[in-house]
Design a protein around this ligand. Sequence first.
Ligand code: ZN
Ligand code: ZN
Length: 316
Amino acid sequence: MRTQKTFLRKAMLLLGLAVLSGVIGCWTQDPSGVERATQLRAAMAKLQPLHAPLPPPAPGDWLAEHREPGQTFDQYLQSDPVRPDDQRRVIYIQLLGEFNDTQRRIVDLTADYMARFFNAPVTTQPDLSLSIIPPHARRTHPSWGMEQILTDHVLHDVLRPRLPDDATVYLALTTSDLWAGKGWNFVYGEASLRQRVGVWSIYRNGDPDAGEEAYLLCLRRTLGAAVHETGHMFGLRHCTTHMCVMAGTNHMAESDSHPLWLCPKCLAKVCWAMRVDPVDRYRKLAEFCQENNLQAERAFFEKSIAVLNGSAQAGR
Ligand SMILES: [Zn+2]
Ligand SMILES: [Zn+2]
C-alpha cells in the first residue's frame, strides 16, 4: 500500500515536472515571452469593459450546433502555436480562380489589413486557375446547383506542395464556393491549426460593384474571413466568450454580427505570437479604417488606444 502511494507520488511529481517543463520549454524559446505575457494580461484587464460577451446562441448559430470548449490565453501559450521565426516570416496569399478589378482591389486591401493585424509581411502569389482542381474535388451542390470545390483538396494538394520556404502560413483566396466534404452544405473557409495552410472564399460576400454599401459589406466580410482563418493558422481556436472575429459562424447573419476586431483574450494571443505591442497594432488598424471608410472600426481602435494609454475610461 505504501509502495503504491510512493509510486503514485513519484508518478504525479514526474507528470507535474513534464507539464511544467512543457510550459517553460515553450516560453524559453523566446526569452521575453514570459514578460510579454504578463504585460498582455494587464492590457487584457484594461480592455475588458470595451468588449461585449457573446450572447447565448440562437437556433442555427455556430455554438448551437458545435460544442466547443474555447481556449484561454494560458492554454494558447501551452499549445506551442505556429508563429513566425527567423526562417519563416511571410504570410502568403494564393489567388485561386477569376477575380475582377474590384475583387482584386479588395484582395490588395485585405493583404494590407492582414499585415497590420498580424504584424507580418504579406505577399500575394501569382494566380492559379480553378482548372487545376480535379473532378473528384468538385461538385455541383445537390439542391442549390452552384459549383463547389473541396477545402481538403485545396489545403493538402494545392497549398501544401507549394508552401514557400519563408512562409509562416499560406492562405488561398478563391472566387469559388467551398464545401468541406460529407455532411456540409458549404463553408466560408477552413484552416489547419498545425499545417500552416488555409482557404477562404469570397463567393458569398456579395457583389462589390453593386454600390458603396455593397462594396463596404464585401470588404468587411473578406477582411473578417481572412483574419479569422489566418488566426486559426497561428493556433487560435474559436472564441466562445466574446463578440470577436475569432468566434465561429454558421450563417451570414451571424458572421455579419461579429466585429473585425479581437476580444482581449484573442488579442493577447496574437500580440504574444506576433511580438507586437497592442497600441502600435491598434494605431495601424485605425489608420487603415480611416483610409477605407470603416468608421465604427476606426472609432473602436482609437478608443482602445486611449484606454491602454490611460487617457480614457473603458466602457462600451
Ligand atoms: Zn473558424
Ligand atoms: Zn476572442
